[in-house]
Design a protein around this ligand. Sequence first.
Ligand SMILES: [Zn+2]
Length: 311
Amino acid sequence: MSLLSLAARMRIGRARASIGRASPRGLIATLAGCALAALAQAEPYRGPLFDAHLHYNVEATAVYPVEDVLARMQRAGVRAIVANSRPNDGTKSLAAAKAQAAAAGVTVVPFIRLYRNRADYTGWFGDETIYAMVLSELERGTAAGPYRGIGEFHLYDSANANGAVAKKLMQLAQARQLVVLAHVDDAAIDLLMAHAPEARVIWAHTGIGGVAPERVRALLDRYPTLMGELSYRPGLTAGDGRLSPEWKGMLTAFPERFLVGSDTWINGRWSAYEDLMRAARLWLGDLPPAVAERIAWRNGAQIFGIADPAN
Ligand SMILES: [Zn+2]
């Protein structure tokens, strides 16, 4: 062994000893840092929720009776819902359960869904029988009052936003002040708004394909009646369920333009309903309280004229 290598070994030995001594202190410092970070982390939002994207489809009505879904909403602190379903019977049964809904403290805002069955998903934009169905539903209304909107509808190919029935429905919505809940891409938003520039459109998921936040901002700037619903929105939260910095900036910049939704499109979403709302409360807690309250409740309540819950 050369002197040089002996010196090198001694240095390594000292370094090891120093790591050995420093390590517990470092660990304690790290743990203290984590504890402080946890303390600094905002509490979840605790106020009322407006669920702006709720389905009570035929598969759900078979498994979760009206009393059951209302109880889930009540436990989750959801005080109003946009109700729509395939076919519209589920919505009607929620609207008809006035006493149970009042007891659960839930206001039902009924929307007309365009789908009588799954086949309607792919051709509604050119199907005159669906337009006729919408007119007759509007005429009939529900036990909870008139329908307040149309949707959710889907456009898997944005060009179909120019279908004859899609155009007529947008114009009908604008003329009758019905809110449109649309699961579409950003190109279809431009096409739909061109048919009815003053229609109020809730953009389901604010683009489920993860359209770039800059494009979302540009659309919100361009269309003052466009709002974004946030279920399934890619990039909204980080892996820990907290709000991403990018979306914190977006929601803070446009506090009056976003809504929370559950999107109970399959029964798994119903079984997880309270967890979904708990997850929303977590990221809402990362916003300034007044912004969280707007997105969680007030934006939806204002559109549909719903009073604040008394308790
Ligand atoms: Zn949906």
